[in-house]
Design a protein around this ligand. Structure first.
Ligand code: CP
Ligand code: NVA
Length: 307
């Protein structure tokens, strides 16, 4: 995997994703023994953020620090990018200084262009299309809580967005049965759904998209949701709330449809009483804080393996 970009989980095999999860689990155990890896010693990693972030920014920065690398936080407003310097020029220059780039961008195409013109690994820290780093932490969390991945039923309820796209691809690759329930106008991209379905076929799993929340959540081992209004969609908030509420909210009634041992996941930040009720996110089935913590361990694994 050394030298690869991480733009989408679709670029990685089941074995490679498993190695990322196993490496993350090792690094997590080592952290509790206060023995940190030194895989990034002497390496500098640039972190370009065009959108706000709490988890991704802090977990990557701490991960780089604990692996003895040097993190440079680069707000896009402070780079010449903001004054129109082409992405391909930025990529070529940064490749001369840095050993890797983590980027959260408003356009997925910009991240692809950055990667195509960089000679160092580029890691997608969220675009409107994908959020692969989030899903690695999610898979680690599911495996920790339910002891396996293959054969579990995961229901994603809500917007067919970046998190949903990466979750479909990542979970299907690892053999989970994925059922996505969305209103008709907010379904995931059909091309990405097809990729996830192909992955599922190889893993003897399945990916299904429905509008039926009850069918999706019935006997689910994992209930997952994300915000109805993602970053950059703020103008659509009123119409989105109307389309999603009350049907697509994870609440105590919906939780009753799922398996009694079901875990409830959310990539965060959450909008309480929109996509999830305060009662459920604070309740005994919620694993959202462990999920957020695992970002640190999976971020470390990605950096150690790609760089
Ligand atoms: N889940 C996630 O990516 O959170 P941030 O936007 O805070 O990074
Ligand atoms: N779908 C959300 C995820 C935030 C981590 C967004 O893109 O804003």
């Amino acid at each position: 995997m050394k030298g690869n970009h991480l733009l989408s989980l679709a670029d990685f095999s089941r074995e490679q994703i498993m190695l990322m999860l196993d490496t993350a689990a090792d690094l997590k155990r080592q952290r509790y023994r206060s023995v940190h890896g030194t895989s990034l010693s002497g390496k500098s990693i640039g972190m370009i953020f065009e959108k706000p972030s709490t988890r991704t920014r802090v977990s990557f920065e701490v991960a780089i620090h604990e692996l003895e690398g040097y993190p440079l936080f680069l707000s896009s407003q402070e780079l010449q990018l903001s004054r129109g310097e082409p992405i391909k020029d930025t990529a070529r220059v940064l490749s001369r200084y840095l050993h890797g780039i983590v980027i959260r961008a408003r356009s997925h195409g910009d991240v692809v262009e950055l990667a195509n013109n960089s000679t160092i690994p580029v890691i997608n820290a969220l675009t409107p299309k994908f959020h692969p780093c989030q899903i690695l932490a999610d898979l680690l969390t599911i495996r920790e809580k339910l002891n396996e991945l293959e054969g579990l039923k995961l229901a994603y309820i809500g917007d067919g967005n970046n998190v949903c796209h990466s979750l479909m691809v990542g979970a299907a690759t690892m053999g989970l049965e994925v059922v996505v329930a969305c209103p008709e106008s907010y379904q995931p991209d059909p091309g990405i759904t097809r990729v996830a379905q192909e992955r599922a076929k190889e893993a003897l799993a399945k990916v299904e998209v429905t509008q039926d929340v009850k069918e999706a959540s019935k006997d689910a081992d994992v209930l997952y949701t994300d915000v109805f209004t993602s970053m950059g969609q703020e103008d659509e908030k009123a119409q989105r709330l109307e389309a999603f509420l009350p049907e697509y909210q994870i609440n105590a009634d919906l939780l009753k449809q799922a398996s009694p041992h079901a875990i409830v996941m959310h990539c965060l930040p959450a909008h309480r009483d929109e996509e999830i009720t305060d009662e459920v996110i604070e309740g005994p089935h919620s694993v959202v804080w462990d999920q957020a913590e695992n970002r640190l361990h999976t971020e470390k694994a990605v950096l150690a393996l790609l760089l």
